[in-house]
Design a binder for this molecule. Sequence first.
Ligand SMILES: NC(=O)c1ccc[n+]([C@@H]2O[C@H](COP(=O)([O-])OP(=O)(O)OC[C@H]3O[C@@H](n4cnc5c(N)ncnc54)[C@H](O)[C@@H]3O)[C@@H](O)[C@H]2O)c1
Length: 238
Amino acid sequence: MPKNKVAIITGGSKGIGLAIAQELAKNGAKVVIADIDEKNGSTAAKKVGGLFIRCDVSNEKDVKNMIEETTKRYSVINILVNTAKVYMYKNIKHVTTAQWTSSINVNINGLFFLVKHSLPLLEETKGVIVEVASGLGMPLERESAPYIVSEAATFALIKNIAKTYAGKVRAVGVNPGPINTPLLHVAFSGDLNKYGQLNPSKRVGTPKEVADLVAYLVSEKAAYITGTVVTIDGGEGN
Ligand SMILES: NC(=O)c1ccc[n+]([C@@H]2O[C@H](COP(=O)([O-])OP(=O)(O)OC[C@H]3O[C@@H](n4cnc5c(N)ncnc54)[C@H](O)[C@@H]3O)[C@@H](O)[C@H]2O)c1
């Protein structure tokens, strides 16, 4: 368990990121929540006894500043968890170039900036990167090419980092099925209980279930796990 480890959680203001921040803090980590949502981010940081830093992951300067502020405060970084993402439900014919680019900027470039600026520090601590994304797309997912494509690409980057830095920095992907978060409420406006019935486990997952998995993946117990994507989807078959 990550006692006294310094963990940056992007997208930690809400949803899966918030649950991860809570779980890692409960396990003794010093948590930094990096998010564009200042209101929920500050509240979340107070709740977990961590630090909130406003950061748009698609902005390299913001990411660089956030990493610098973290090291100014805590000297080291042990864990980087990236959950900061944008969702878009739109038929590919109607996706504008600006919308496509903005999805790529947050969902792919965000991970690139985070990795680029934190890797030297993670190498010093033999740290770990966890990317929470939607690797292959939920089987029921339609019409969301900018989201699915940009999120799937990040797993390729994770596998590449894992190979390049094997023995120095671990890099792991987490591929959730439907999880009860603000994102899922945007994706499916109907009754989530009814939607859950379509899943083999007859329910959607909870953010805490994903957080428990991430807490394991960043722990010493998972020292031999790198370069892979772990699916948590109730059997949906992502
Ligand atoms: N919820 C699900 O059903 C589900 C399913 C599959 C995969 N996922 C993946 O899990 C991850 C987390 O999803 P979630 O459901 O918690 O999402 P969410 O929308 O509930 O939370 C995302 C967080 O990211 C932040 N954010 C958005 N853009 C940002 C930016 N540019 N810079 C910094 N922060 C930014 C938001 O403010 C928010 O706090 C995403 O990669 C998502 O695709 C979720």
